[in-house]
Design a protein around this ligand. Structure first.
Ligand SMILES: [Zn+2]
Ligand SMILES: [Zn+2]
Ligand SMILES: [Zn+2]
Length: 478
């Protein structure tokens, strides 16, 4: 390069930043943990990286951080993020379930309770791949919270949440004769929805003259508003479920709820917290601090108990039972609804059934097919997570959401393969620092002369962060 030209070129380092930024700082433990999770997300192959490699990447991202390999190791252990399954918190042992006495099972299916897997569904006879094993409609219909505003203005079915197009003419007169509520603007999409839900609707949403109701409609309206404001699907769902139970004279619904896999949301929270809670699909690191979380649960309980003054005063449901309803709903729901048979399916990462859902599952129901040939006696299994995620991602997600460490055959094989890869890299000698340096240089070369835009997580949208008290499945982005 001619000298004359060189004079006009200013060399800017990519680490160009102000002097004060370069002052060494000791990062907060959450910053370190969140950074490691961000690294894993950006490149899932780093999930199996050694601590020293992770340390190198962290230092590259934050040259001014004063953090040792040892501290990273300790923090990953503390937050349950270590790759050693024995150091991770799980709550499988705290999930209880019982048999559901009146469950009508499909012809080829039976329920077996085992100490290892709790209750599960098993094939009674051979089932050929592709067979429709059963279909079912939700046992508890929970309309999506997002549709609640539409429901309240008569634009979606008040029971199943199905969108109603031009249900009312411009004059506001219902075109769905007999499917509208006489006491409020809400509508049903069909006679069957009205039949299923009419009585409950009246006692939840309208003050009954005469007979004293077990439900308080004013408190319910208040709770609805609160759930919309807080985007708290699970509270909304358990309130509808419990109202259904209170109104169900047959006692079937209560029996089912008592028999389903049950766990307190407080227990689930411990696992979420121990995985740093940073696997939320939307925000990452979406955990409230514990005190804040407890205050919200309590606030929710106070709204909930006002809807059911009788059940709370006679002790049918107390704060702990309420937390158990929340936790149990969260581990059992499928697309916000609860299916009586499907909720018995246990997980493997290589499932033998396909649960077919559609946007219409809420009212049309789900179909369960054999994904492969199933032999008599074999357990039917579904997958709770995306099977294409790496084994470590799957295991974290399963542990945080459902409390167990998966030890299915696919996990075993994937872990073995990973160990093989790790040990072959390790025997390759001094990858470590030299490799990182090389990687850094390559990155610099790639950046050279290019303007790049870094994707910055939009954590500060002004909205209250969604938290895991909602029924979102905590997902690991791939
Ligand atoms: Zn409907
Ligand atoms: Zn009404
Ligand atoms: Zn697995």
């Amino acid at each position: 390069m001619p000298d004359s030209l060189a004079k006009h070129i200013e060399v800017i380092s990519i680490n160009d930043s102000k002097e004060e930024d370069q002052e060494p700082v000791v990062p907060h433990e959450r910053q370190v943990v969140d950074d490691v999770i961000a690294i894993w997300r950006e490149d899932p192959s780093t999930e199996s990286a050694s601590i020293s490699k992770l340390h190198g990447i962290v230092k590259q991202r934050h040259p001014n951080w004063s953090v040792s390999e040892k501290r990273i190791k300790t923090l990953l252990k503390k937050f349950g993020l270590s790759n050693n399954a024995n150091q991770q918190f799980n709550y499988a042992g705290e999930i209880s379930s019982a048999s559901d006495p009146n469950l009508q099972l499909p012809e080829k299916v039976k329920v077996i309770m085992t100490t290892k897997r709790g209750k599960g569904l098993y094939a009674k006879s051979n089932i050929a791949k592709g067979t429709l094993i059963w279909e079912e409609k939700p046992f508890f219909f929970i309309p999506p919270l997002a549709n609640l505003k539409l429901i309240k203005s008569g634009k979606a079915c008040t029971y199943c949440g199905k969108l109603l197009t031009s249900a009312r003419s411009s004059s506001g007169v219902s075109m769905l004769r007999g499917l509208d509520c006489t006491g409020c603007p809400e509508l049903w999409c069909s006679m069957s929805c009205k039949k299923m839900n009419g009585t409950l609707h009246a006692s939840l949403k309208h003050l009954s003259k005469g007979r004293k109701s077990a439900l308080n409609p004013e408190a319910f309206l208040d709770l609805e508003e609160y759930c919309i404001k807080e985007q708290w699907n699970a509270l909304f769902a358990i309130t509808l479920m419990f109202a259904d139970i209170v109104e169900d004279k047959s006692g079937e619904k209560l029996k089912y709820v008592k028999s389903m896999a049950r766990v307190s949301q407080a227990t689930r929270y411990k696992a979420l917290e121990s995985s740093a809670g940073s696997f939320d699909s939307l925000t990452g690191g979406a955990l409230f601090v514990k005190e804040q979380q407890e205050n919200l649960w309590k606030e929710g309980f106070s709204k909930f108990s006002k809807v059911f003054p009788k059940a709370t005063s006679d002790g049918t449901v107390d704060y702990n039972e309420y937390l158990t309803l929340l936790g149990s709903y969260n581990i059992n729901n499928l697309d916000s609804c609860v299916f009586r048979i499907q909720s018995h399916l246990n997980h493997t990462c290589n499932p033998n059934v396909d649960v077919e859902t559609s946007p219409n599952s809420r009212y049309e129901g789900i179909k369960v097919f054999a994904a492969k040939d199933i032999k008599a006696g074999e357990e039917l299994s579904t997958t709770y997570v995306n099977p294409n995620h790496t084994v470590l991602q799957r295991q974290r997600e399963l542990r945080a959401n459902w409390g167990f460490t998966c030890s299915c055959n696919k996990c075993k094989e994937d872990l073995k393969a990973q160990h093989r890869r790790q040990s072959s890299t390790a025997s390759g000698g001094s990858e470590k620092k030299a490799d990182i340096r090389k990687m850094l240089n390559e990155t610099r070369e790639e950046l050279d002369g290019e303007s790049i835009e870094l994707e910055i997580p939009n954590d500060h949208s002004g909205e209250r962060r969604k938290s895991v008290r909602f029924d979102e499945k905590v997902t690991v982005s791939s």
